[in-house]
Design a protein. Structure first.
Length: 139
């Protein structure tokens, strides 16, 4: 079985109408969508999801932003999924993201940066489990 990663299309990209374009990039890069849903995080759930960043100066702003509107959560399958997806989305700050990456194309700034991508296999599994029941993941 191939690896998985976890992604969210963030509220900025959803409200700007970029869901379709971002999913197209994901598919064209060879990822298979094995779970997907649109939902809205409460401030509390966003806080839990980004628990690892609790001590960072941007934490409050981040969780307020991530709970400000709907997101699209998805689990993606591909060999080397975590690393390849990080390459596809580009640097956290879109000003530093490689041309053609999702963040270079669709992000507004370092905070409102269009997409989330898990940073390790362990976190991908944890984050997938945070958003989806096992019966909602089709591998
Ligand atoms: O999302 P990524 O893994 O690239 O970056 P991170 O360092 O794990 O930070 C998580 C999220 O916090 C980012 O995607 C941004 O939305 C936000 N952030 C921010 O608002 N300001 C920063 N200086 C760094 C991150
Ligand atoms: Mg991260």
């Amino acid at each position: 079985m191939s690896d998985i990663t976890f992604t969210m299309i963030k509220p900025d990209a959803v409200s700007a109408g970029h869901i379709g374009a971002i999913l197209k990039k994901i598919n064209e890069a060879g990822f298979r969508i094995v779970a997907m849903k649109m939902s809205k995080l409460s401030l509390e759930k966003a806080g839990e999801f980004y628990e690892i960043h609790r001590e960072r100066p941007f934490y409050r702003e981040l969780i307020e932003f991530m709970s400000s509107g709907p997101i699209v959560a998805a689990v993606l399958e591909k060999e080397n999924a975590v690393e390849d997806f990080r390459t596809l989305i580009g640097a956290t700050n879109p000003a530093e993201a490689e041309p053609g990456t999702i963040r270079a194309l669709y992000a507004r700034d370092v905070g409102e940066n269009a997409v989330h991508g898990a940073d390790s296999d362990e976190n991908a599994r944890r984050e997938a489990g945070f958003h989806f029941a096992t019966t909602e993941i089709f591998r």
